[in-house]
Design a protein around this ligand. Structure first.
Ligand SMILES: *[C@@H]1O[C@H](CO)[C@@H](O)[C@H](O)[C@H]1NC(C)=O
Ligand SMILES: *[C@@H]1O[C@H](CO)[C@@H](O)[C@H](O)[C@H]1NC(C)=O
Ligand SMILES: *[C@@H]1O[C@H](CO)[C@@H](O)[C@H](O)[C@H]1NC(C)=O
Ligand SMILES: CC(=O)N[C@H]1CO[C@H](CO)[C@@H](O)[C@@H]1O
Length: 490
């Protein structure tokens, strides 16, 4: 039996509700189901009242209410619940039907599901959806990947509900790639989001403590930056945050405990970077900075014991032109952000190689241009860089990036030195700068590491200017017998 719903959605939590309201507002008829059926009734008689929704009390009725090929989207908890719902659906659906997982699933799970379901003739799509609750309702960034045969059927719906960017109302939704590519790209998006948030927080911290800016001044600085090359959603809400007072007239920001939470996608990104051996230092540093922040009690104790300059009193040491230094902080933030995005896109390049995905990096930058948390005008420059050279090895070597770094690096170095000197923790600014200097250093200190490895472990080394793959071993101590390294072939 076939019904007349264009698409069905399982999982009526806030994201799910907002997504179906968005779909309905674009003219689609949507079937909705939630295992807790009271949730379905509450929605259909509440926010969904008088609209083209088909509320279903059972998963059987839900499946029956859908047009073929059936398009079923899930917005439920990642992990085993996704597999459980797929198992419930399987006996009820048929070849050619499409299951879309819009939750925050691990990309390796999506990769597995695509393969498993393909054997049964079911087309599985794992899609990143970013933009929070408001984005889901008004237009999120959508990053679908999986079985490519599904794309033509779901494209009109997903592109209709996605955010649009100008010129030309370009949808922030396009096919990302095979297998787990959609959820992979969403994961990297979240890692970059961690980096952006950490960088903005460091800019705030140094301006508050070293320059002594108050909340109103901080609000104004961020509003100003929102009109520059830093124009982005996160900068904009940061400005709003500094202006917000509670019912007693106190600034809310000053009442919030300095201990950051996390749900795990940043950690996944950092772990994947480690697995692939890619120096995504900004994302890693941002995850660790949250971990360090959560050791509040330990930090309070350590503050009384460990010697060093007091960051909160660093403004005593500030000499010079505040306006100039604010510009330096902006430089530091922007340059670090360039490094962070370059690292994120490098990760995607390596993952594409490893998994055999054909990722279009310019198009991914465009997906993030609107709707999502990291949306910014700057992403347009990344799109342009990949349009110029689709095989760009590292974004930092694009000419626009080089020009920006020429301008920004003096301020960046000033801010990094001042924070190190005065005990102001800015791990992302400083590690971004270390990465930058390492990346542009033709001869690093790793020759010594190789010597040490060869000394104690007979691990051998290649020679400067020598042939690649030709290994040497030195008899460092004049003691001992033959070396036993397996890679020894000099
Ligand atoms: C930030 O800039 C955008 C336009 O790019 C504007 O719509 C928004 O109101 C600005 N927000 C603040 C807080 O300045
Ligand atoms: C650092 O300075 C602040 C502000 O003057 C003060 O409240 C705090 O106790 C100082 N911390 C230490 C460890 O002396
Ligand atoms: C290292 O040098 C010592 C002293 O010259 C020698 O006895 C030993 O055999 C050498 N070892 C190897 C692996 O060549
Ligand atoms: C399977 C399913 O639909 N579960 C969802 C029902 O709604 C609650 C929220 O009220 C979600 O948490 C469940 O995941």
């Amino acid at each position: 039996m076939t019904g007349n719903a264009d698409i069905g959605l399982i999982g009526l939590a806030v994201m799910g509700e907002n997504l179906v309201l968005n779909m309905e507002s674009r003219g689609f008829t949507v079937a909705v189901f939630n295992r807790t059926t009271a949730k379905v009734d509450a929605f259909v008689n509440g926010r969904g009242k008088g609209k083209k929704f088909i509320g279903c009390d059972s998963i059987q009725d839900f499946v029956k209410s859908l047009k073929k090929p059936r398009k079923i989207m899930m917005m439920i908890h990642a992990g085993s619940p996704v597999d459980a719902v797929i198992q419930e659906l399987l006996p009820l659906i048929e070849k050619g039907d499409i299951i879309i997982d819009g939750g925050n699933s691990l990309y390796t799970d999506s990769d597995r599901r695509v393969k498993e379901l393909e054997k049964k003739g079911i087309l599985f799509v794992g899609t990143g959806v970013s933009g929070g609750e408001e984005g889901a309702l008004k237009g999120p960034s959508i990053m679908p990947g999986g079985n490519p045969a599904a794309w033509n059927s779901i494209k009109p719906i997903l592109q209709a509900i996605s955010a649009k960017v100008q010129p030309g109302d370009q949808p922030c939704c396009d096919w990302v790639g095979d297998g787990g590519a959609g959820h992979y790209v969403k994961m990297v998006h979240n890692g970059i989001e961690y980096g952006d948030m950490q960088l903005i927080s460091e800019a705030y911290f140094i301006m508050k403590h070293y320059l002594g800016l108050n909340n109103q001044e901080l609000k104004d600085v961020f509003a100003q930056w929102n009109k520059s090359e830093l124009d982005s959603y996160l900068i904009e809400i940061t400005s709003d945050i500094f202006g917000k007072k509670d019912e007693h007239g106190e600034y809310v920001i000053d009442e919030i405990l300095d201990s950051a939470g996390q749900k795990g996608t940043g950690k996944w990104t950092a772990m994947n970077a480690l697995d692939m051996g890619i120096p995504a230092t900004l994302i890693g540093e941002s995850v660790f900075a949250r971990c360090l922040s959560s050791l509040k009690d330990e930090r309070v104790k350590a503050a009384k014991i460990l010697p060093g300059p007091n960051a909160s009193e660093s403004s005593k040491h500030f000499q010079g032109d505040k306006k100039q230094f604010i510009e330096y902080v902006k430089n530091a933030l922007f340059a670090s952000k360039l490094v962070s995005y370059a690292q994120g896109f490098t990760m995607m390049r390596h993952a594409a190689k490893e998994y055999g995905w054909k990722l279009n990096y310019g198009s991914i930058a465009l997906l993030w241009r609107g709707g999502c948390i990291i949306r910014s005008t700057f992403l347009g420059k990344i799109k342009e860089a990949f349009d110029k050279n689709p095989n760009l090895e590292n974004l930092l070597s694009d000419s626009w990036f080089v020009d920006q770094l020429k301008v920004a690096q003096t301020g960046w170095r000033q801010v990094a030195s001042a924070s190190l000197l005065h005990g102001i923790p800015t791990p992302a600014f400083t590690s971004a700068l270390s990465y930058y200097d390492g990346y542009r250093c033709p001869t690093l200190s790793a020759n010594l590491i190789q010597a040490q490895r060869d000394y104690f472990g007979g691990h051998t080394y290649e020679k400067l200017g020598g042939k690649k793959g030709e290994f040497f071993h030195t008899n460092w101590t004049g003691r001992g017998g033959n070396t036993h390294s397996t890679s020894y072939n000099a």
